[in-house]
Design a protein around this ligand. Structure first.
Ligand code: G3P
Length: 217
């Protein structure tokens, strides 16, 4: 399973990369705005900065929702760096754009996916990744992990090459459950990745070994 970090914060990306287990980064307009990135030049430079930290795919989202606008932005983003994957929203024009971009060899991440039907369309259009939003589905009172299971099963049935990128991860358990289900990628906040490290018995065990090691010297 690949680990992406879901942030536009350069310090968090550096910290995740320094762990040695980071495979990529996803961003979205909300995450970019949170970092105070404004203006086309600054936005583009920020994506380049992220690409220069990680050795893997970096999802950069288009802001347009019409076909021509998405294509124009996608081509500009793809020119920025070889790591760029263009994030396209799951709308009718978005599916058309994903199809055209995949035919032009530009990698895409179909975002804002909330149903199996949408995931089928993304795969048929040739998306590199599909991003179902687990946490936001959970927020609506439905188990978001059930959608991950359903999409993984459907993609296996037809050997679709689109990778299932579980997004809107809210906690460490989401990551573990996605691994059980067989999601190809999870993108999560750094805090949920770091949560995988902790177990109280490990902390107690380390403390005991450190204490006993003093008796050996
Ligand atoms: O980047 C897409 C997704 O991961 C957003 O997550 O927490 O805003 O639902 P969240």
């Amino acid at each position: 399973m690949k680990f992406f970090v879901d942030t536009a914060n350069l310090d968090q990306i550096r910290e995740a990369y320094s762990l040695g287990i980071l495979d990529g980064v996803t961003t979205n307009p909300s995450l970019m705005a949170k970092e105070g990135i404004r203006g086309t030049n600054n936005i583009m430079q920020h994506y380049v900065d992220i690409c220069n930290i990680v050795e893997g795919p970096v999802s950069a989202e288009v802001l347009s929702t019409d076909f021509d606008g998405m294509m124009r932005e996608a081509e500009e983003l793809a020119e920025l760096h070889q790591h760029i994957v263009v994030k396209i929203p799951m709308v009718k024009d978005g599916i058309q754009a994903i199809k055209a971009l995949s035919e032009n060899g530009i990698k895409t991440n179909c975002t804002l996916v909330f149903s199996a039907g949408q995931a089928i369309l993304a795969a048929k259009a040739g998306a590199t990744y599909v991003s179902p939003f687990i946490g936001r589905i959970d927020d609506s009172g439905v188990d978001g992990l059930l959608l991950i299971e359903q999409i993984v099963r459907i993609y296996q049935n037809y050997a679709f090459e689109t990778e299932v990128l579980a997004a809107s991860i809210r906690n460490t358990l989401h990551i573990i459950k996605c691994a059980e289900i067989g999601a190809d990628v999870v993108t999560s906040p750094l805090s949920s990745i770091l949560g995988l490290l902790y177990h109280p018995l490990t902390d107690l065990g380390v403390a005991k070994f450190v204490e006993d090691s003093k008796k050996m010297i």
